[in-house]
Design a protein around this ligand. Structure first.
Ligand code: SAH
Length: 247
């Protein structure tokens, strides 16, 4: 989903969307399974994608509080943040590459839900706040895509606008008991992960998903004409960042 193209998913390969659609329709869903090269097999609790404000974490609540003006929610999923913002009277456009998720968003009252890839240039507009939440840096895919990401954000951001994005530093996965770190400095950046999801017999394609520590994000922001600010740190190596154009 974040390969070089800017397409959307085929419904037959949209496992997260299928899980979201099931949960929306029936109030329950099966297991949304996640496979990756770095983690053991895991599951995304589907109900979590439908969380309301009182179930949200501090970082995402802070992001909602900071969301001003015209908002673009990128990778909006089931639309939990878009709905929360609409309730607060904020104007929001929610985009996702998952056809089944976008349908659920429309059906559940997201006024402007669009099936479109962030990188599809048919998506135009001038947004005061661009939100990327639930390890939103994932959509960048790999460190090498940083220039492409910042160029695209630059196109969509209004003057004085901001990007609010959360991420995690995966360094803890490589730390030993003595606090030493075992990473191959000549290898790929340690937060580059590939994932595959499965729901029932629906399998998605493998995709790249980036976890990035704040210092690395700030470095690439600066290289690409942006500034990164650490808005808030979470409880476990996670944080919320604000990206703005360099003055
Ligand atoms: N923000 C939501 C969902 C996060 S899951 C929440 O916090 O609950 C990440 C979402 O990003 C998925 O729904 C996936 O389909 C979408 N996505 C991935 N790459 C994308 C891209 N290039 N453009 C738009 N959406 C994308």
């Amino acid at each position: 989903m974040n390969k070089d193209n800017a397409s959307t998913l085929d419904v037959r390969h949209d496992p997260m969307g299928a899980a979201i659609a099931d949960f929306y329709k029936n109030g329950v869903a099966g297991r949304l399974r996640v496979f990756s090269s770095l983690f053991d097999e895991d599951e995304i609790p589907v109900e979590h994608l439908f969380r309301e404000e009182d179930e949200m974490g501090e970082l995402e609540l802070t992001a909602l509080d900071c969301s001003v003006g015209k908002v673009l929610d990128v990778g909006a999923g089931a639309g939990c943040h878009a709905l929360a913002l609409q309730d607060r009277g904020v104007e929001v456009t929610a985009i996702d590459v998952s056809p089944l998720s976008v349908k659920v968003m429309s059906d559940s009252g997201v006024e402007d839900a669009r099936l479109v890839n962030l990188y599809d240039e048919s998506l135009q507009g001038s947004f005061d706040t661009i939100l990327l939440l639930m390890n939103g840096s994932g959509i960048i895919g790999k460190i090498e895509n940083m220039p492409r990401f910042f160029a695209r954000i630059n196109q969509l951001l209004a003057e004085g606008g901001q990007v609010l994005m959360d991420s995690s530093d995966l360094i803890y996965l490589f730390e030993d008991e003595d606090g030493g770190v075992d990473i191959d400095l000549a290898g790929d950046y340690y937060g580059e992960v590939d994932f595959m999801m499965q729901y029932k017999n629906i399998k998605g394609e493998t995709f790249d998903w980036l976890y990035v520590d704040f210092a690395t994000l700030a470095f690439h922001a600066a290289e690409n004409g942006f500034e990164a600010e650490l808005v808030k740190q979470g409880e476990h190596y996670d944080y919320l960042a604000r990206l703005t154009r360099k003055e």
